[in-house]
Design a protein around this ligand. Sequence first.
Ligand code: NI
Length: 192
Amino acid sequence: MILPIRAYGDPVLKKVAQDIRPGHSGLEQLIADMFETMYAANGVGLAAPQIGESIRLFVVDTGAGSADGESAPDDDEEAPLKRAFINPYIVDEEGEEWAFEEGCLSIPGIREEVDRQPHIVLHYLDEAFQEHEETFEGFAARVIQHEHDHLDGKLFIDHLPPLRKRMIQGKLRDISRGRTDAKYKMRFAPAK
Ligand code: NI
């Protein structure tokens, strides 16, 4: 089932998400729905807060996406990564920061360069709640960093220099008020 994606301005996007316990009701279906929702919106990653669930879960498929949206840089040599990550925590980040233009399904129409480190070590559980500690590089690392931020109530625009962020304030306000031409189903927080 395709779920509506919460738009910028929704308080759920600013909350720190809670760990998931084994036996979490409906988790398997939720993961399937998140993949379906992500593909329908041409995304390469989707975090649970973006569909209104403040839990530590995100899905990634770096081989998805589209030419006009997020996709791996042409020189990315990593194999596509498709996976659901439960209770993920970045335990190490290394290397010289590199800039790449990011977007976010919750912030349609805005793409900005974000600096991030290229190597990460991630601790997470798979769908069978088995523990893993794994290294990711390049675009896969970047997508994980972006989605991991969502679980801490952080958006990619929070990484922008203050001047850059001020310049997109008007567009952000429009999105929060439902003025966007996103081609997928979204849900907007009630006006304050
Ligand atoms: Ni995002």
